[in-house]
Design a protein around this ligand. Structure first.
Ligand SMILES: [Fe+2]
Length: 277
C-alpha cells in the first residue's frame, strides 16, 4: 500500500535519508508497529541475516532484492541501555524484518541500508512504557544515530474504505473526504507533535490515548506506540532548546487512514528523531 507506492511521504523519507547521510549518520534505531514482546518483555532484533516477511498489496519486486544490514553492535548498545533503565530485554536472533521498517529504509536509503537496529514493542501497549523505551535510547542520538518510530496517526483497519483497493488496487482513491473522527484525531496529533517540546511532548503524546476519538482512530494500540517511543526519545528537558516537531508530509489512504510524517530535532544540533506516524 502506501509504503510501496509513490507518494509525497515517500519523497519526504528520501529527503530525510539524504540529509541523514550528509550528516554522517552512524545508524538507525527503529520501533515499528507489527512486532511486540509478551509479558513485561522487550526484544531487540539480533538476527545476523534477517529475511523479510511479505507485505500484502505490494509487489515483491519493490523489496526482495534490498539487502538489510542489522546493526548487531548497536543492538548490544540498545540492550545495555534498556537493561540499565530497568527493562526486561533480550536478543531475538530469529526475527525477520517486517514491512513497517524495511519499506521505509528502502525509501530513505535506496542506495543501501545503513546499520539498523529494530526494537520491539511490548504487547501490553502501555504508552508510558514505550515513552520510557525512547527515553532510555535517547543518548544514542548524540552519537549520530537516527531514531525512527513508524506507526500511524490515524490507523483503524476496520474503518478504512477498502473497495477501491480491492477493485482497482487504488489505495489513494478518496471517493469521499475522510470522516470527522479521523480528521479530528489527526488534527490533535499534529497539534501535540508540533506545539509541544520537552516533557510537555511526552505528556501530550501519551495523553492522546485518552482522547475521545482515540479508539475510533486506533481500533488497536499497535500503531500508536511508536509515537510514544519518539516522544520519549525527543522529550527531554534538553530538547526544549531543540527545534520543535515539524509535519514534513502527509498521505491519506483508504479514505480514513492518515500517515503523517513528523521530524523532531535537527542535524544541525547533531541529532535527529523522526516519527513516521
Ligand atoms: Fe502497519
Amino acid at each position: 500500500m502506501m509504503l510501496g507506492e509513490e507518494s509525497t511521504s515517500a519523497d519526504y523519507w528520501k529527503q530525510c535519508g539524504d540529509e541523514a547521510l550528509a550528516h554522517g549518520l552512524k545508524g538507525v534505531i527503529m520501533m515499528g508497529a507489527h512486532w511486540d514482546a509478551r509479558g513485561n518483555a522487550l526484544e531487540v532484533a539480533m538476527n545476523p541475516s534477517p529475511g523479510k516477511s511479505p507485505v500484502a498489496y505490494v509487489h515483491p519486486s519493490k523489496y526482495v532484492d534490498y539487502r538489510l544490514v542489522p546493526d548487531l553492535e548497536g543492538g548490544e548498545r540498545c540492550q545495555s541501555l534498556l537493561r540499565e533503565n530497568g527493562f526486561n530485554v533480550s536478543a531475538n536472533t530469529k526475527f525477520e524484518w517486517i514491512h513497517d521498517t524495511y519499506l521505509i529504509l528502502i525509501r530513505m536509503f535506496p542506495a543501501g541500508c545503513p546499520p539498523t537496529t529494530i526494537v520491539s514493542m511490548n504487547a501490553r501497549f502501555d504508552p508510558h512504557f514505550h515513552m520510557r523505551v525512547g527515553a532510555a535510547l535517547r543518548p544514542l542520538r548524540h552519537e549520530g544515530y537516527l531514531l525512527i518510530g513508524t506507526g500511524g496517526a490515524v490507523h483503524n483497519l476496520y474503518r478504512n474504505v477498502w473497495a477501491p483497493m480491492l477493485k482497482h488496487r487504488d489505495n489513494f482513491a478518496q471517493e469521499t473526504a475522510p470522516e470527522g473522527w479521523a480528521l479530528g484525531f489527526r488534527q490533535s496529533v499534529e497539534d501535540v507533535m508540533t506545539a509541544n517540546r520537552g516533557p510537555a511532548l511526552r505528556r501530550g503524546v501519551t495523553r492522546l490515548m485518552k482522547h475521545p476519538q482515540y479508539r475510533d482512530a486506533h481500533a488497536t494500540d499497535d500503531h500508536f506506540m511508536s509515537a510514544c517511543f519518539v516522544a520519549g526519545a525527543a522529550g527531554d528537558w534538553e530538547d526544549v532548546e531543540q527545534e520543535g516537531g515539524r509535519l514534513g508530509a502527509e498521505t491519506w489512504e483508504l479514505t480514513n487512514m492518515c500517515n503523517s510524517q513528523f521530524t523532531l530535532g535537527s542535524w544541525r544540533g547533531g541529532q535527529s528523531v523522526s516519527a513516521a506516524a
